[in-house]
Structures are given as structure tokens and as C-alpha cells.
Design a protein around this ligand. Structure first.
Ligand code: MG
Length: 326
């Protein structure tokens, strides 16, 4: 069945669509009350984030817009040391969208929310004219311990820079799908709850964390270096990249430092704790290729040390990059 404008009317067709797709997968006591807003338990300090997802194609190797819309928001909460608790789900659907696709997306979203330990507490559905596109906005709420202070201004000289795995996978998977290139590259879209929880529990003194999304590692690290007034020096041979993704990037002339992920984080911590943090991440789902990639130094910007000892400056991504990656 195709979605029509009647499904967005607020009348009978709308409630049928909600029952058939959203209530079926998102059902929980808070949502089932169907009130105008959700009233939930709180915490003295909360983290809140919102993100809209417009990725195309809607379903791609390794994931789909539903899984992505939970991972992106949950990971942003985690990067401040929060425990993700609640998520909202607002769909904007263009007429002509297939209900099968919508159902696949809703199920994937519900499965990912369960994996991440968040409850979908409210939602909205709108239908507009168009040609079958689906867009999702999610807002996330997480609880933060009073003592937690993980911010981008916290980097100190001597700190180590760690990534949780291979760079560029999501970007390469989306681009492959759009260009009809056949390969085995899959998106890494994943919620990083387990590794963040484990690092906090083991007492890793996390100065800062960021998920490596749009703009890539180069852009994220430049933002951190600027916020803290430091230089970040990376060792090229330590940057983990899947050989297939590297080959793909080489063919298309893409810089791995500007390719986005959706299930990787970069963390900065005192260097004496970096090896322990790497071991913790490697023992967690989605962290098997974690490694130390560099250190924080005096100066500014991001510097890459090549295998023959040369140095090059890594800049932020200028211009468009790859649109509609998330
Ligand atoms: Mg982020």
C-alpha cells in the first residue's frame, strides 16, 4: 500500500496508519496513553539533543533511516557522558511512500531503541505532497551524573586521542549505494552505549568525546583543537581504516579524514589511561578496532604525521561533502 495525503489528515486514515505501523512497534505504557505530551521521571541534570534524518537511500547496506535516527541521537547523548533514557520520533512522509518500507523503518527503529535502552515516549506523523520520501526527527533525553563534565574545552597537552574503530564506513556505504557500486562495505550505524558505559564504570577520566559523523574525523578534531586551544597530532599508520573503504576512497579521490561514520567515537583522556580505554572498547560490541591515534600538543589545528615522518595539516571539510548522508 502507498501512503496518501489522507494518511496525514488526522482522521481515520491517520489512526489506522499509526495503529498498523507505529503503535505496533513502539508500544509501551507511556506512549500507549496517547496524551498530548509524555510525563516521565527525571534527573537533576539532563542531556537533550535533537537531529533530523534525511538520508537517501532509506535502506542501505548495514542499516536504514530508522536505525540511523536512533543511533545518531543516542550517540550525541552518550558523548556528554549521559545515560540515554527517552527518545521522540517525528515522521514526515511524502505521499507515495510504501507502507512496507515504513514498517521496515519503524521496526528497525524500535529494535535499535531497545538495543540502546531508550523508550520512545512520543511521536508525530505528517504526510506531505511529494514522491515517496521519508524523513525522521528524533529528540533524545539522557540523565547525567552531577560530577560528569565531558566537554570539548577539556583537552590538555599530553592527552591521548583514541578512536573506537574504522573510519569512513557509513560514508562509503551510502555513496556505494547511491552510485550502484557493488562491494561489501556496510554502514557502521550503531548505538555506542555499551562502550561509553564501560569506560565510565571503569573510571576512565574522559576529557571529551565526540561521535565521528558528518564532516569526518578531520572536522571533529579541528573543532576540539580550536575549542581547547591545542594542537592534535595524529599518526597516520595508526588511523584504522578498512582496506575496502580505503580502496574505495582512493578510487574516488575522497579523503578518509572527511568521510562520516555513524557508529564511531573519538575520545580524549590522560595518556596513562588510553591503553585501558582501548582494551575496554575492544571488549565491547562495535569497538573491536579501537586504537590510539594521536596526542594533544601545544599549538593549534590538527597535524598528521605520515609514515616517512612528513607532516601535513588536516583541515575541516569545506564545501558540500556528501549531502544527505544522515
Ligand atoms: Mg555528534
Amino acid at each position: 500500500m502507498k501512503i496518501t495525503l489522507a494518511h496525514g489528515s488526522g482522521g481515520k486514515s491517520t489512526s489506522e496508519l499509526i495503529d498498523a505501523v507505529f503503535a505496533k512497534y513502539f508500544s509501551n505504557p507511556i506512549l500507549n496513553m496517547m496524551e498530548d505530551s509524555a510525563v516521565v521521571d527525571g534527573s537533576s541534570k539532563i542531556a537533550v539533543t535533537t537531529d533530523s534524518f534525511v538520508v537517501t537511500p532509506l535502506v542501505f547496506p548495514g542499516g536504514d533511516i530508522g536505525r540511523l535516527s536512533v543511533c545518531g541521537t543516542v550517540n550525541d547523548l552518550l558523548m556528554r557522558g549521559a545515560v540515554p533514557k527517552y527518545i521522540t520520533s517525528a515522521f514526515i512522509i511524502e505521499e507515495g511512500a510504501e507502507t512496507d518500507t515504513l514498517e521496515l523503518i519503524a521496526k528497525s527503529m524500535a529494535d535499535t531503541a531497545r538495543e540502546a535502552g531508550v523508550t520512545v515516549i512520543c511521536g508525530d506523523t505528517k504526510v506531505i505532497e511529494g514522491s515517496g520520501g521519508i524523513y525522521i526527527n528524533t529528540t533524545g533525553v539522557g540523565f547525567v551524573k552531577e560530577s560528569t563534565d565531558i566537554v570539548s574545552t577539556n583537552l590538555r597537552e599530553g592527552d591521548a586521542v583514541v578512536v573506537s574503530g574504522n573510519m569512513g564506513d557509513h560514508h562509503a556505504a551510502i555513496l556505494s549505494a547511491r552510485m550502484d557500486i557493488e562491494n561489501n562495505i556496510k554502514s557502521d550505524n550503531a548505538p555506542l552505549c555499551e562502550m561509553v558505559r564501560a569506560m565510565l564504570k571503569e573510571g576512565i577520566e574522559l576529557h571529551c568525546m565526540r561521535d565521528v559523523t558528518r564532516g569526518g574525523l578531520g572536522t571533529v578534531l579541528n573543532e576540539l583543537a580550536k575549542a581547547s586551544g591545542v594542537n592534535i597530532e595524529l599518526t597516520q599508520e595508526n588511523i584504522p581504516v578498512d582496506p575496502q573503504v580505503q580502496a574505495f576512497a582512493n578510487i574516488l579521490g575522497l579523503d578518509i579524514f572527511h568521510m562520516g561514520n555513524e557508529g564511531k567515537l573519538v575520545a580524549v583522556m590522560p595518556s596513562c589511561q588510553a591503553q585501558k580505554a582501548v582494551e575496554i572498547m575492544r571488549n565491547c560490541k562495535y569497538g573491536e578496532n579501537a586504537c590510539i591515534i594521536g596526542e594533544v600538543k601545544h599549538g593549534s589545528g590538527v597535524t598528521l604525521v605520515t609514515p616517512i615522518g612528513g607532516k601535513r595539516q588536516i583541515n575541516v571539510l569545506y564545501g558540500q561533502g556528501l549531502p544527505r548522508i544522515c
